[in-house]
Ligand binder design. Structure first.
Ligand SMILES: NC(=O)c1ccc[n+]([C@@H]2O[C@H](COP(=O)([O-])OP(=O)(O)OC[C@H]3O[C@@H](n4cnc5c(N)ncnc54)[C@H](O)[C@@H]3O)[C@@H](O)[C@H]2O)c1
Length: 384
C-alpha cells in the first residue's frame, strides 16, 4: 500500500531543479557594440541573471560588464564561446559576435542544449544557415534571430495591410535601402573586413529590407536569383566615408538582385552602404487589387520613413488611402529579448523563427554567388 501512495509524492529532484533555475541563467557571447543593447534589455528583466560572458579579446568582456553596470563578481568570464559553454549551465545565450562566427557559436550552444538569440544577419552562407537550422531541430531548443523591427507597430502594419487582402494577390515587390555615405566602422573594422564580416551592406542592412517585405507576404520560398555586388566606395580613398580603411575593406558596399519567389512573385532589391545617390527609392508592393508605397527607410529600427500610401480603385475611381506612421514608443530591442526569453522558458514558438530567416539568408547567399558567377542561379534550399 505504502509503495502505491509513494507514486503520488512530489518528486523533490524536480522541485530542487526548479528552485536552482529560479532565475533565467543567461550568457553573452561577443561583448562588442550590439551586446550593450542586449544587456540593457536583460537588465530590464527581473527574472534574468547574466552569469557568464565570453569574448576572444582578453579583458574585453570584463571591461564591457563594468561599463554596463553589471556586478563582475557574479559573472564568470571566458576567452571564447567554447570554454563558456563547456563549463556553464545556461538557459539562454545571446550570440553577439561578428557575422563570421555566428554559425559556430550558435551550433555549439544548441548542441549543448542552450536556447539561442542570434543577432542578424543569421550568418554568412546558406550552408551555414542550413547547419544552424539542423542543429536547432536536433536540439529541440529555441532559436530566434535578432530582427527587432518585427516588434514595431509600423512594421506590423505593413504585414497587416498585406494580410487584410486589400492589395489582392501580390505579384511584384521593389525594396531596399541605402545611404549616400554610411559604411559602418563604429568601434573598429569588424563590419568591413572579410575575415570578420564575410558580407557587407548585403547582409548588414539588406537582411532588414528583405525581412520587411518577405515577412509581410508570408516568406515564400525563393527560387532563382540574379545578383550583383560591388565595393567601389569602400575600396576608394577618394569616395569612402572611412578612407583610412580603404586598403582593408573586404566586403560589398552595394548589392542588387532580381529574385523569383514561389507563387510567381518578383522581388526587385537593392541595398547600399554608399553610393552617389540619397536613396535607391521607396518600397512598393504591387497586388492585383492595390499597390502599397512605403517611403524609403533603412527599417532597422522599425521605421517606415513616413506615411504609407495604398493605391486602389473604389467604385471605379482611382483613389489613394494614406496610412499614417504610428508614433510608437515600443522598445523593440526589449521586446526582442523578452519574447525570446518567454519562448525559451515555455518551449514555445520562437518570435523570429529560423525557418523564415533561412530564406532571407538563401537570397543573400544567392546574390553573392550569382554575382561571382555572373549569371542567374537556382537556389537549392534543402528541407530541414
Ligand atoms: N540588431 C541590430 O540593430 C544590430 C546592430 C549592430 C550590430 N548587429 C549585429 O551584431 C553582430 C555584432 O556586431 P557588433 O557591432 O557588436 O560587433 P563587434 O565587433 O563590436 O563585437 C563582436 C565581438 O564578438 C567577439 N567574438 C567573435 N567571435 C567570438 C567567439 N567565438 N567567442 C567569443 N567572442 C567572439 C569579438 O571579439 C568582438 O568583441 C553583427 O553580426 C551585427 O550585424 C546588430
Amino acid at each position: 500500500m505504502g509503495n502505491i501512495l509513494d507514486k503520488f509524492k512530489e518528486d523533490l529532484s524536480v522541485a530542487l531543479d526548479y528552485s536552482k533555475n529560479d532565475k533565467i541563467r543567461v550568457g553573452i557571447i561577443g561583448t562588442g557594440w550590439i551586446a550593450e543593447a542586449h544587456v540593457a534589455s536583460y537588465k530590464k528583466c527581473p527574472d534574468v541573471e547574466i552569469v557568464a560572458c565570453a569574448d576572444l579579446i582578453p579583458g574585453k568582456a570584463e571591461k564591457f560588464c563594468e561599463d554596463n553596470g553589471l556586478d563582475v563578481s557574479k559573472i564568470h568570464f571566458y576567452p571564447s564561446h567554447k570554454e563558456m559553454l563547456d563549463v556553464e549551465e545556461l538557459d539562454c545565450v545571446s550570440v553577439c559576435t561578428y557575422n563570421m562566427t555566428h554559425a559556430e557559436c550558435t551550433i555549439y550552444a544548441l548542441n549543448k542544449g542552450v536556447n539561442v538569440l542570434l543577432e542578424k544577419p543569421m550568418c554568412v552562407t546558406l550552408d551555414e544557415a542550413v547547419a544552424i537550422c539542423r542543429a536547432e531541430k536536433a536540439s529541440g531548443k529555441v532559436l530566434s534571430i535578432g530582427f527587432q523591427p518585427r516588434f514595431d507597430p509600423n512594421m506590423k502594419m505593413v504585414k497587416k495591410i498585406v494580410e487584410s487582402g486589400e492589395l489582392g494577390e501580390i505579384y511584384y515587390i521593389q525594396t531596399g535601402g541605402g545611404r549616400r555615405r554610411g559604411i559602418p566602422a563604429p568601434f573598429g573594422t569588424s563590419f568591413i573586413q572579410k575575415e570578420t564580416a564575410g558580407i557587407g551592406a548585403l547582409g548588414d542592412i539588406g537582411c532588414y529590407s528583405l525581412d520587411m517585405v518577405l515577412n509581410a507576404i508570408g516568406y515564400p520560398k525563393p527560387l532563382t536569383v540574379t545578383g550583383y555586388k560591388s565595393d567601389f566606395f569602400g575600396k576608394s580613398a577618394k569616395h569612402s566615408n572611412i578612407p583610412q580603411y580603404a586598403d582593408i575593406f573586404g566586403v560589398d558596399d552595394f548589392a542588387a538582385a532580381f529574385v523569383r519567389l514561389e507563387g510567381g512573385i518578383i522581388l526587385d532589391f537593392r541595398i547600399a552602404w554608399a553610393m552617389h545617390l540619397d536613396t535607391p527609392g521607396d518600397t512598393i508592393i504591387l497586388g492585383k487589387e492595390g499597390g502599397l508605397r512605403i517611403p524609403s527607410t533603412e527599417c532597422w529600427n522599425g521605421s517606415i520613413g513616413g506615411p504609407m500610401t495604398i493605391y486602389h480603385d473604389v467604385a471605379g475611381k482611382q483613389v489613394e488611402t494614406i496610412i499614417p506612421e504610428i508614433k510608437s514608443d515600443t522598445d523593440n530591442f526589449y521586446l526582442k529579448i523578452r519574447s525570446f526569453l518567454d519562448a525559451s522558458m515555455s518551449g514555445g514558438e520562437p518570435p523570429v523563427p529560423s525557418s523564415q530567416i533561412l530564406y532571407n539568408q538563401a537570397i543573400i547567399d544567392g546574390i553573392a554567388r550569382s554575382s561571382e558567377l555572373g549569371r542567374e542561379i537556382e537556389l537549392d534550399i534543402p528541407e530541414i
